[in-house]
Ligand binder design. Structure first.
Ligand SMILES: Cc1cc2nc3c(=O)[nH]c(=O)nc-3n(C[C@H](O)[C@H](O)[C@H](O)COP(=O)(O)OP(=O)(O)OC[C@H]3O[C@@H](n4cnc5c(N)ncnc54)[C@H](O)[C@@H]3O)c2cc1C
Length: 390
């Protein structure tokens, strides 16, 4: 019987594992992805949906070409992992009713990304309808609608404590909202406050540049303070200060999904042996890839991809097939900073970190450029083409 390699999650890490293993095993293993949605939408350029510079169809892909290449793709929501029985429980919701089933595996790769969890913030459930952000597709459209409608009042943007996925995205939200308000000639009547639970806007390598841009654009930065309570029109910070809001662009604290924690694979993130050995600390046959893994690096697309290749190397080593894939932890990123003239033509900063050097070697061009926005689009499109086939 072929080795059954089951992958939870059809995102950057899950598809990278499937595609690379397919090439390496040449049909000698059964490779199955279990993923909840019938399509994947890339993350990095979602903030540009706010300004209308990105369209959903350009960043959304189906799994059909992956299926044609030989990957089995099952659409279902994973609810449980039973590590001792080597099986995964899934729920599928066909049009008429719900069905539950088990999928058995020989090797399991856990790559479901993160959960955005507001439950640690008092009053979150009651205020839920007042919160949007650029992280989830429906909510991006809600935020876009709100920011393009507001005529006066206050917008609060919130970044939770690290680690969360894509460190600069909350600051991108703030600077793009500022630009849209300027473009709409509404900025004079709308105050913008960026509350950051971290000591400075993230990541640290570009904190100085982001802080300077906030100052230049009259954005009030409140750093090192957490939002601990939410009302329908005000937030309470951890020092008791209350701030009223009209729009709340809040990113919830991030963590691994419940089924990872309930299976004993980690308390907040999946516990791997090391950045190069993605096996679970206790189970040889369960590996992680992508944002769900507890790694000493930022949670972003390049790191997710690189961790996936390390997981592939762990698997091919165990199966005794082929040469390892060449991979090292390093990334290049582009941060949308809006446009000081209020034109909907976003400029970006460029930065990078190379973790093969100790301490990690940063690179950056602090001068915002529109060409970097274009470069980020090309980079994202190249990933989608390579992973999804188009
Ligand atoms: C707004 C935003 C901006 C970003 N900007 C950047 C950037 O500029 N640069 C950068 O490098 N990275 C950026 N990222 C981060 C990047 O998108 C992620 O780091 C990357 O997608 C992580 O890959 P992953 O495979 O771990 O998770 P994902 O790509 O999220 O894939 C997870 C998959 O698992 C599936 N899944 C989840 N739960 C279940 C379940 N219970 N059952 C079945 N399937 C499940 C999901 O549907 C999804 O298909 C950004 C992300 C966002 C949202």
């Amino acid at each position: 019987m072929k080795t059954r390699i089951t992958i939870i999650g059809g995102g950057i890490a899950g598809v990278a594992v499937a595609k690379t293993l397919l090439e390496k095993t040449g049909g000698e293993a059964e490779i199955q992805i279990i993923t909840k949605d019938k399509h994947y939408t890339a993350g990095p350029s979602r903030p540009l949906l706010l300004t209308g510079e990105q369209q959903l169809d350009r960043i959304t892909r189906g799994y059909e070409e992956l299926i044609l290449r030989g990957v089995k793709v099952t659409h279902g929501l994973v609810t449980k992992i039973h590590p001792d029985e080597r099986k995964v429980e899934i729920v599928q919701s066909p049009p008429s009713n719900e069905s539950r089933s088990n999928i058995e595996y020989d090797i399991l790769v856990v790559a479901p990304g993160v959960v955005y969890d507001g439950s640690s913030i008092e009053g979150y459930d009651q205020a839920r309808g007042k919160i949007a952000n650029v992280y989830e597709i429906g909510r991006v459209h809600t935020l876009k609608h709100w920011v393009h409608s507001i005529t006066k009042g206050r917008i609060i943007v919130y970044a939770p404590p690290m680690p969360y996925r894509c460190a600069p995205a909350p600051s991108e939200m703030t600077l793009l909202i500022n630009t849209i308000l300027k473009a709409r000639k509404a900025r004079d009547n709308v105050e913008v406050i960026h509350v950051d639970a971290n000591d400075a806007p993230q990541p640290p390598v570009i904190a100085k540049e982001i802080t300077a841009l906030f100052e230049e654009n009259g954005i009030n930065l409140i750093a090192g303070r957490r939002i601990i309570e939410l009302g329908k029109d005000k937030v309470t910070l951890d020092d008791g200060e209350e701030l009223e809001y009209d729009i709340l662009a809040l990113l919830e604290p991030n963590r691994a999904p419940d089924f990872v924690i309930e299976a004993g694979l980690g308390s907040q993130w999946f516990e791997v042996r090391s950045p190069e050995n993605l096996r679970h600390v206790k189970y040889d046959d369960i590996l992680a890839a992508g944002d769900v893994a507890k790694l000493p690096f930022p949670k972003n697309q390049e790191i997710a991809y690189e961790s996936a290749l390390h997981a592939v190397n762990n698997i091919i080593d165990e199966l005794g097939i082929g040469e390892p894939v060449k991979v090292q932890y390093a990334f290049l990123g582009w941060v949308y900073v809006g446009n000081p003239k209020g034109e909907l033509q976003t400029k970006s900063l460029k930065f990078g970190l190379n973790f093969t050097q100790k301490p990690p070697k940063p690179t950056k061009d602090p001068e915002p450029k529109t060409e970097y926005t274009k470069a980020k689009d090309e980079w994202e499109q190249a990933y989608l083409k390579s992973l999804f086939g188009y």
